[in-house]
Design a protein around this ligand. Structure first.
Ligand code: Q46
Ligand code: ZN
Ligand code: ZN
Length: 305
């Protein structure tokens, strides 16, 4: 099959819209789609300081690569979770990826910062639960303490569609009120955006291969990927029968999101007694989980030359 635009040998067959594209035209198509998402949802403002959350995986590697290519000045943050070989490897990948695009990489190592890695802490909470709390807190506090205006994550269309799908299946209406390509900042919460919101996982993989990005394939040993994967599989089967299903589902959700807003309990946020960050209780869940007596220090002290 041949590229729809130049007649060269096709690199990929896209299903929605249906077309064959060569490598160059696919790259152009992908980058334009990301650019349009940024413009349509007004994800990134002029002069904003951008922090990209990077894991070593394909999505965060691709989003940082494309942002750089579109001319954005970005810095990256990787959290080394202290999960043995898996975390050591993830860190190596993020280093290679930031070298490739020549962007500044910050690394926060949980073990050095908090004295234990994820999986080593004695707590009644499931590992992924306190890991999530830890990652969300550190990305936000790092961005806040170092005056970033926005945190970019690599979530793609498949992630969003399966997240919405699973939360509908379980009627977690609280979670359904506040999803989308842009989560506005408020007080000490830094704005979060998802420039890959309208590209599929398959397109992200194809783009990473097309530009030669090396990324981590291994899953975290604690991953309970099975449930998310089965939602993704169901959506993929539906997509195969009716191309565009995922996009329609997510866009429909964005139109109807307001229906879930009344489900959100409006709770006044206080300041955590330990770290001063927003919290619903006296002490925030991060400081509680890690039993902190003083706030973690995440401000980057630049070495003066
Ligand atoms: S939450 Fe759980 Fe992930 Fe943390 S412990 Fe691993 S699988 S990394 S997305
Ligand atoms: Zn072409
Ligand atoms: Zn706290």
């Amino acid at each position: 099959m041949k590229c729809r635009f130049c007649g060269k040998k096709a690199y990929i067959k896209l299903h929605h819209p249906k077309m064959y594209l060569c490598r160059e035209h696919f790259m152009e198509y992908f980058e334009r789609k990301v650019k349009r998402t940024i413009e349509k949802y007004r994800l990134l403002g002029k002069g904003e300081r951008i922090l990209v959350a990077v894991s070593g995986g394909k999505d965060s590697a691709v989003v940082s690569y494309v942002l750089k290519k579109l001319g954005y000045d970005i810095e990256c943050l990787h959290i080394n979770l202290g999960i043995g070989e898996y975390s050591a490897k993830s860190e190596e990948y993020t280093k290679k990826q930031s070298e490739m695009i020549n962007s500044k990489l910050h690394i926060v190592r949980i073990k050095e910062l908090l004295g234990a890695g994820i999986g080593e802490l004695k707590t009644s909470r499931p590992t992924c639960s306190y890991c999530g709390i830890t990652k969300r807190y550190i990305f936000n506090k790092f961005a806040h303490d170092n005056s970033f205006d926005v945190i970019v994550t690599g979530h793609n269309l498949d992630d969003e569609a399966s997240f919405i799908f699973s939360n509908i299946m379980n009627w977690n209406t609280q979670y359904l009120a506040k999803q989308g390509p842009l989560l506005p900042g408020e007080g000490k919460f830094v704005k979060k955006v998802k420039p890959l919101y309208e590209v599929t996982e398959r397109e992200v993989v194809a783009y990473a291969l097309a530009v030669g990005i090396d990324y981590m394939l291994e899953e975290c040993p604690y991953s309970r990927g099975a449930t998310t994967l089965s939602y993704k599989e169901i959506l993929n089967q539906m997509e195969e029968k009716r191309p565009g299903t995922k996009m329609n589902f997510v866009k429909g959700y964005l139109r109807k999101r307001y229906l879930f807003e009344q489900e959100v309990e409006k709770r006044e946020l206080k300041e955590c007694e330990v770290c001063g960050m927003p919290s619903s209780g006296e002490i925030c869940s991060f400081c509680r989980v890690w039993r902190l007596k003083k706030p973690v220090e995440l401000e980057v002290k630049e070495v003066k030359r």
